[in-house]
Every structure is written in C-alpha cells, then in structure tokens.
Design a binder for this molecule. Structure first.
Ligand code: SIN
Length: 330
C-alpha cells in the first residue's frame, strides 16, 4: 500500500518536473570586453566560450559582448564586483578603485620584456594579486598577455622633451597620468572606445598602447609617428564575481578552471604572434614612421619616468615592487 503510494507520488513528480528539467535553458553568463573579436583577448574569450559549452553546454551559455558593446571597462569592473555580469578581462591598469597593488604593472620600464612579466605573474607574489580584491567581490582567475606598450603621436618625437605640452590619452590610472606629467605632457584619461574618435578630431595628440591595439583599432590612421619604447606593460586579469564563483559546484569550478587554463594558454600564444605580426604590419605602412631609439636615447626616457618607482613604493608595497624587479633580472 505504502509502496504503491510512493510509486504513484514518484511518478507524479517525474511527470511534472522531468520535462521541465529536459527543457530547462542553460544559464546565460555574460563576458564583457572592450577590444575587437580579432585580438588576443577577443580570441581568448571565444575559446573560453567554446570550451565551457563543449563540457557544460546543457547548463551554461557564455554570451560575449566585444568592443565595449555592453559597457566600458570601468563599468565592467564594478559590474563584476556587484555580480551583474559574470566574466571580464580588463587591463591591469583599471582596478585602482579596488586595489593599489596592481599598480605595480603600470610602473614604467619595470619589466624589460614579456618573459619578465610572465615570471612575475607566475611568482607567489604575482599569484597572490589574483585574490587581492576577493573580499570586494572581484576574483582573479588568471592573467592574459597583450604586450608591451609603445608611444604614438601626431607629430615626430624622439626625446622626452618632445612630448612637452602635448595631450596624451591614458587609461584611468594615476601612475599612468603621472608618467605623462613627468614629461610635462598633459594626460587625458579616457575609455578605450573613445580613443579613435579623440585622435581623429585631435582632442588628443598621442597615446600609449600595444602593437595589437594600435593596429586593430586603426589608431595609425591619425598617429603617423610611433616609437618602439616598450616602456610599460598592458596585460589583463580574467575576473569573475566572488559569490558567483563560490556558488558553483566543485565539479563546475573544476571544468571552468580547465576551460580558463586552455583559453589563457591559447590567448597568450595569440598575443605573442599578434604582437610580432602587427608591429611588422605597422612598420611597413607607407604613412607610418616607426622610430627605434638607441640604447642611450631609451635611457633618457627611463631616467625621465623612473622616479615613479620610488614615489609608489609605499602605496603599492615594497615587497611587490621588489618581486617584480627580481623577475626582471633572472
Ligand atoms: C584593452 O586592451 O582592453 C584596452 C586597453 C586600453 O584601454 O588602452
């Protein structure tokens, strides 16, 4: 009798809920970024989507919004902290509302090359920065490279004093703002999506960015003069909302971690190839002059910008700056 009742209750439950479970739509997870799909970050995001959906497509769908179509980076960082979107990969220069520690990546001439950046990011100090905003709702899941930044302008320049009085766009970071102020230039913080137009109407005279961003956003159309300055790094942190991440099952986190590992590996390979390729493309453009400074000339730029290291020692933390410097001297 009891068995019959349980059996019929079970049957009722299955009839009612199983079709709903079978028809349940996957949860949509939003990934917002500001660059073109055909960039290291754009390609990484697409790889992440395909890896996640291959393994867990019945339950999760990744919706990618590239090119700041949904929001710019400052808003994306806040949206992650508040759990309004699920994934983003802003430049490391865009977290200053949440932590001072990541400013280490903005210090000019701290990393001699991308191998040094990689060594620092993989060091215990670099890894600890991924969780430095965890209590504020932002959890770092890994680093993605773009590359070293180059200076570009609407007029020829070779010496630091050539930038005096010019207006340079920066990301929203006080280290980057002060870097241009040290050169007696005016820093104009601005969202990435506004830079092309600002260059076109000459609201700004110059900017700093990676070969891949200069090329993919066609900044060269209004910036015929470039210098191989390699003076700073533009890398990203893949971030998620802390509560969203902690609310996932162990198995889902494991699968996400695997997708992230593969996507970042792929994105980093794309970054390396694109950096070389886009630099070559720009160097061969008829209307673009790419100036390669001598070691002595580069030293004058270093001397002009390096005072920032000492002034940020207390703000960032001496131990963090020392670990980054150590990574630069293997
Ligand atoms: C990006 O590469 O995501 C944008 C960097 C910038 O704002 O210059």
């Amino acid at each position: 009798m009891i068995n019959r009742r349980i059996r019929s209750a079970l049957l009722g439950f299955i009839t009612l809920f199983l079709p709903m479970a079978l028809w349940a739509e996957p949860q949509q997870l939003v990934f917002s970024h500001v660059v073109s799909p055909d960039t290291p970050k754009g390609k990484m995001a697409k790889m992440f989507k395909s890896m996640v959906e291959k393994k867990m497509g019945d339950r999760f769908e990744i919706i990618i919004y590239p090119s700041a179509d949904l929001m710019d980076d400052d808003e994306a960082v806040n949206a992650i902290a508040e759990g309004r979107i699920h994934f983003a990969a802003p430049s490391l220069s865009k977290f200053e509302t949440y932590t001072q520690k990541l400013k280490v990546f903005d210090l000019p001439f701290l990393f001699p090359d991308m191998d040094a950046v990689n060594r620092f990011q993989n060091s215990p100090t670099g890894q600890s920065l991924l969780t430095s905003m965890e209590n504020q709702g932002i959890l770092g899941l890994g680093y993605l490279h773009n590359g070293l930044k180059q200076l570009t302008a609407d007029r020829p320049f070779t010496r630091p004093e050539d930038l005096a009085g010019l207006r340079f766009r920066t990301m929203n970071s006080d280290v980057l703002i002060k870097q241009f102020e040290l050169l007696n230039a005016e820093a104009v913080p601005m969202a990435f999506s506004e830079v092309y137009q600002a260059l076109a109407v000459k609201r700004i005279n110059g900017q700093e960015n990676t070969w891949s961003n200069i090329f993919s956003k066609a900044f060269y159309e209004h910036q015929p003069y470039m210098m191989i300055s390699n003076h700073g790094v533009l890398d990203y942190m893949l971030i998620t909302n802390t509560d969203f991440w902690k609310g996932l099952s162990e198995q889902d986190r494991f699968n996400f971690r695997y997708a992230i590992k593969m996507a970042l590996k792929y994105g980093n390979a794309v970054a390396k190839a694109k950096s070389t390729n886009d630099k070559t493309e720009l160097t061969h453009m008829k209307n673009v002059t790419v100036y390669e400074p001598t070691a002595a000339e580069l030293a004058t730029w270093q001397n002009a910008m390096q005072p920032l290291w000492a002034s940020y020692e207390k703000i960032i933390g001496k131990n963090i700056i020392d670990a980054a410097r150590k990574a630069g001297q293997p």
